[in-house]
Structures are given as structure tokens and as C-alpha cells.
Design a binder for this molecule. Sequence first.
Ligand SMILES: [Zn+2]
Length: 242
Amino acid sequence: MEIIKLRGYILKKIPIKEEDLLIFLYTNMVGKIVVKARGATKINNKWSRIIETLNLIDTNIYKKREYFYLTESKVIDSFFPIKRDLNKSIFALQIINIIDKTQIDNNPDINIFNLITKTLNAMKENNNIDIIFLSFVLNLLKFEGVLFPLDRCEKCGRELSNDIYFDYNYGAFLCNKDSGESSIDVKREKLLNLENYIDNRDEGLLLNKEEILNIFKILNYMLIKNFSFSLPDDIFISYIYN
Ligand SMILES: [Zn+2]
């Protein structure tokens, strides 16, 4: 029987008949995969500590007929500093949820896998979780190839300055001259810094509440347009206004 060794994040678990669980993983080698864990809902079973949502695990998976089954597994990181902090765990679970909603089975992307790792590690030790979260979404859109161009105005083609305007009608950035009532203004430099924030947090990036909300709206628009998936804005807004 062929065993596949994988490292992956636990996205969600769904109980199925006969005390089994369906586990959704995002892995380094095969991307998203759904596997069965036999007897995993039994009390005091060996799985309970391992297959918590968010955990990063090393696991061995085998295929029998049309299903994959989880076998020997161990926890690589349980992200305890995130789980014990309510705000961090809310945002981390959103990250896991976004991966679940945007990724299809058997479509691996090591950039996305590494992005999850960098984002969760950044959240462990840093309290700017709203900025880390936005940087994650921005980078995910980049790796998915659906990110708007930041260099030219979508309407007139002119090179954009630092003042750029996201327009809902165009679904892209416009120059000052072409911006209108349906435009949200952002600084181009701040978006570029936000993109790099996951890698270079020490370089500092200051965003006020209005800038954070505007970027949130733009990224949420892109998620809805490309993945028919919307972020729960109440969580985000209550966090940044608290
Ligand atoms: Zn223009």
C-alpha cells in the first residue's frame, strides 16, 4: 500500500458515520486534501490532541478505494500562543477559513503553504494582527494571480503616482483624474509595504484605522469577485475600533 508523507495545516473537521472524522488539510505536497480519520470521535482516542483545527502536522496518508486515510501523525506546531489569545485565534481561524474557501483539492502551491506558515508565525509574536491579516490576503491574491496592477491607471493607462484610487466599477486602480464617487483612495507605497510586511515586519508600516478599513474593503471586493467569498467584516471592524 502506498503511503504518502505530508505536512499540512488542519483546516476543518466534519464528523461522519461510525465515529470517523473527515479532515480537510492544506499540505505542502498536494495542496488541499480530504482524509478520513477512523475512530477519531471516540472519547480519549489518540487523535484528539493531534487533529485540532489550525495545527500543523506531519502525517502519513494511504489511499484505499476512493478515500484517503490518516495514519501515523504528529504535531509540528499547535500555535499555542495564538490559541490562548482570543483576537489572535479569531484572525488565525479566518486565515484557515480563507484557505479552505479559496483552494481546490490537489492543486498545491508551496508559496501559499509558506505564506500560511509565515503569517501564523508572525501572529504568534506580534500584536499587529489586523496588518498581518491584510498582508496575508494581499499575498494570497498575488499568488493566485488575481491581484490588480499597481503601476498603471486602468482607465487611461497613465503611470500611477503614490495617490491611487480603487474603483468598484472598474475593479482596479485609477489615477486621481479618473477617480470618482465609487473610488476608495489608498497610498500605493503603503500597499507595496503591506505586501512585504509578512517578510519584513521590522521595517515598520503605519496604517491608521481609515487606511486599514479601506484596504480591507478593496481586498474583500477581490475575494468576492474571484472566489465568491466574503470576509466577515463585523469581526474585523469591531477589532480595529476596540
Ligand atoms: Zn487615469
